[in-house]
Design a protein around this ligand. Structure first.
Ligand SMILES: NC(=O)c1ccc[n+]([C@@H]2O[C@H](COP(=O)([O-])OP(=O)(O)OC[C@H]3O[C@@H](n4cnc5c(N)ncnc54)[C@H](OP(=O)(O)O)[C@@H]3O)[C@@H](O)[C@H]2O)c1
Length: 226
């Protein structure tokens, strides 16, 4: 039986890429595509897992389709407020929910690698990100997650992220660790949008097997932390 996937924000840049990835996988079915001002109707009860890359304003309504039908929900939308994170947490009491500001496996590993910085917590740190000129939020959701994780590791605050917008850059994130004698840089570059779409689809096929709870992309690679 194919896994039936519902894509929200279907005609957006990510939505289209996700549908292409699904269509190339024989185990998956592009079952339902939802855009602004559209409803899945009766199809919502047959979707196995939703993938939402739309907008923060749409989150509450989108989650409802999944909760009503007890289905898994993968979300890659960024630009969320505390209220949006609370909605995800509340939904996760009833269904499996995975939100990630960056669905690439490389950034999942980068977030883990930040732990090594604890050994040089006395260095100066700076995060920089570059994205295409159509990106609506700044700093990027990925940079916000990296900063939160880095601050936890270092047990100190890190300066505001430098956010650069221009051209068609899919996403570059750099973390600089600087002392008087050396500079260490961790860097991730997304070479295309497919990397996020593949990660989101991988997360969706993993999430349908999970029990209700709030998951991160790292859990797909390393298993859920307790
Ligand atoms: N987590 C990751 O790995 C990752 C990677 C890339 C991007 N993102 C994030 O994913 C989101 C989408 O990015 P994108 O580049 O694909 O943007 P986009 O091209 O603007 O696509 C968003 C799509 O969602 C639609 N939409 C907006 N509000 C909606 C609503 N209320 N209900 C249903 N559909 C709605 C938009 O329709 P209209 O055109 O009518 O507005 C558009 O088709 C952004 O938040 C972006 O930062 C995350």
């Amino acid at each position: 039986m194919k896994i039936k996937i519902g894509v929200i924000g279907a005609s957006g840049r990510m939505g289209q890429e996700i549908q292409t990835v699904i269509s190339r996988n024989e185990q998956l079915e592009n079952f339902c595509a939802v855009d602004r001002n559209e409803e899945p109707g009766a199809k919502a009860s047959e979707v196995d897992v939703w993938i939402d890359f739309s907008s923060p304003e749409a989150l509450s309504k989108n989650l409802q389709w999944a909760i009503t039908n007890q289905k898994a929900f993968v979300c890659g939308t960024t630009g969320f407020s505390q209220e949006h994170y609370r909605l995800l947490e509340k939904a996760a009491e009833k269904i499996p929910v995975l939100w990630a500001s960056n669905m690439s496996m490389g950034v999942a590993v980068l977030n883990e690698a930040l732990k090594a910085f604890s050994a040089i917590a006395d260095f100066d740190f700076q995060i920089e990100e570059i994205h295409h000129n159509k990106k609506k939020d700044r700093p990027s959701g990925t940079a916000i997650t990296l900063k939160q994780n880095l601050e936890k590791v270092l047990n100190k605050s890190v300066p505001e992220t430098l956010a650069i917008r221009g051209g068609g850059v899919f996403g570059v994130h750099k973390i600089f660790a600087m002392s008087d004698e050396e500079v260490l840089t961790f860097e991730h570059t997304a070479l295309n949008r497919t990397v996020f779409a593949k990660g989101a689809v991988k997360a969706a096929t993993w999430l349908v097997e999970q029990k209700p709870g709030l998951y991160q992309i790292r859990d797909v690679l390393f298993g859920k932390r307790n």
